[in-house]
Design a protein around this ligand. Sequence first.
Ligand code: GDP
Length: 302
Amino acid sequence: EKFKDGLTKTRDSFSGRVNDLVARYRKVDEDFFEELEEILIQADVGFETVMELIEELKMEVKRQNIQDPAEVQSVISEKLVEIYQGGEDETSLLNIQAEGLTVLLFVGVNGVGKTTTIGKLAHKFKVEGKKVVLAAGDTFRAGAIEQLEVWGERVGVDVIKQGAGSDPAAVMFDAVQAAKSRNADILICDTAGRLQNKVNLMKELEKVKRVIEREVPNAPHEVLLVLDATTGQNALIQAKTFKEATNVSGIVLTKLDGTAKGGIVLAIRNELGIPVKFVGLGEKMDDLQEFDAEQYVYGLFA
Ligand code: GDP
């Protein structure tokens, strides 16, 4: 239900336009595909992904000898899911250790919703009965530490911090020790999000990761990149930059409730090969949902 509500803007715009298209055409022809292409581009599905989809659709329409535009609709859904999943049986589940400490490292540019997502996820784990500790690794942005503390209080989990301007790697070291001594299940680490200086960002992330790797076997278990869906194709560019800086294992796409261009989910998965693991559908504590491609795509036409 939440998922459906959160997608209202994208659904209304996308499915509304596809329905209109289907109603206007008598047969599936070149013009039909051209208009469909335009609708997909405007939904931020991404150029490469749209081209691939249209190619596949044309082949399928030919193979099944489809004439009626109404019949294309279900093929669109099928192909979108196929493209999203990239032939793999993918799940949105996080790599959570059955025993011992799991470390999740969050990366992303300022303002995308990183702190909010960490708070929401901490809440989710807490509800599941897990013990969570947060690490205030963004020591650069003014107010970042305090903001994480507000979430820590709201959710009821400990936040490990040092002063503003301190070394994020030192914060991580402290946080890992604290998480271990408190027998925590999950340590969620915030990091600074300035992209202006890519070399520094890379160095900082590398250093933070090295500390975590050294202190916890096989950690970090996930490196989650937070992207703002309302920034559209810009989110794709950010993802490419972060992918060069560190090995991102999953994406959290926030503010999907605030855009009609939810097609960006498909572009990210298809063009970067990184799965979207969660989507943010609002500002409240429980507005975070595991991403399910089928549910998402079929939700677009619901
Ligand atoms: P950070 O700088 O990346 O840590 O970003 P914040 O967590 O401070 O979020 C920036 C703004 O986006 C805040 O006003 C959040 O309430 C808002 N926000 C975060 N996630 C979502 C979401 O999924 N939907 C909506 N509508 N707003 C969100």
